[in-house]
Ligand binder design. Sequence first.
Ligand SMILES: [Zn+2]
Length: 471
Amino acid sequence: MIDKTPEEVLKLLSHRGGFNSDILRIIANRGPARPLGQEMPWVLKKQLGRMGIRTDDPGAIFESLKRLNWPKQQYEALKRRYPNLKCLVRSENQLAIGTTSEARFNGDYYKLRTGYVLTFPLGAHTFLRSLAEMFGAMTDLVFRETMARGFSESTGLPNWWLIRKIRSVRVKAAINKRVKDEVSDLAYDAERTFRSYTDIGAAEISWFREKCGPMPLSAGMFGHPLEVGSHLSLFATNFLVLHELGHVNHDHDPRLVNDPAQSISSEFQADRFAINTILNAPIGEIEKMAGLVGAFFFLYVAVRLEELGEAEDAITHPSASARLDQLLEALATHDTSREVKYVFTSMTLQLARIGDLFRKESMLPAEKLSNTVRRILYGSIEFNMTQAFVEQVLRWMLIGSPDKLCQYLGNLKFQLEAKLREEPDQRDVVAFGLIAEVYEVTKDNFIIRDKLDIAYRNAVSGRETAEQASG
Ligand SMILES: [Zn+2]
């Protein structure tokens, strides 16, 4: 492995080419399935059209979308804004950047003799995107305007806030009129989204209830390009990419995990690189604020995931809240203007307050929600849309974590078998049938079949161990 080029190693790590087309074939073979890109917003369609992607054919949409590599694209865009990124490596062949389904939330860093490989979790994009939409919906006008200006400066796109003054009037009216019910729905959606990332490595689908269909396969690009959610998630994912580039910049040795103190200090160092890249860049103050608010949002989300059990190895990795503290301290001691510090503080306090409100107003906090797979399974039975469940599972395989997904499916199969032997109700019978159908349609895909078998065997042997211990 050590003599392979970074691109070759990246290919080995993602090995999803065959896997993707295999799952797509299964979806297609299921007959008149729902179109893959059905719910795509028109703005996104237009955007894709401009990129030369055909939007009339769902298959073509996905074929093109899965080639879209968001961290790589963001890296290219970041290099244009932050000149210090241009000389991280001597030649671009030394750095390969891509997505894999099983990477950690923070991304993974590999050092080879030939260069570096950075991989990012595929589902992190959909997750941060949906969450940013929900948090963004609760922000005030100053927040939205600052993010829109930062977004416009960083992408070179026109500032729609200035062009469409009328929007701010409409948004203001919507903010004022927001009723308690709406807030608690939003809060529940946000909590579910946190939970679903720890369960399946991707965002859940808020369309499931309203539109009665599986999630569109738009590779995490949903969202309105003029809205604060898109701006916030762009800057949050930028920070994620900048952190990993920090490891490249310091030429860190990933084998340091054997030395916890060193490993923790290199994590902090990578964060500091990301923060200083933003603070010291020759860009305007608004763009800096937007970048720093994105960093805050990313770390804030990481704190919540840690609370839900999605923690990095605590011995070799600093806690997300320690990383958040470092961000605040780095900004406080930097000689950037007081205006940047002041606006940053008020915007991030707002995000933290929204997070608290979501936890308080949601009818169920994330930790009390049942597992995403189980919830969607029984939800689809309750709403009489059982076919959507099987399709949803197949789509999650493409953008979420197949490992986690198969683990839950194997466990569920085991639990339902036990239930059917004892006192099954009609819903359990249907649920078991649906799980069996997932097994059946994926039986020729050896990757999934193995994962499902292992999960099921673990569930069985876990039960046996427990029985032995008690007996
Ligand atoms: Zn790191």
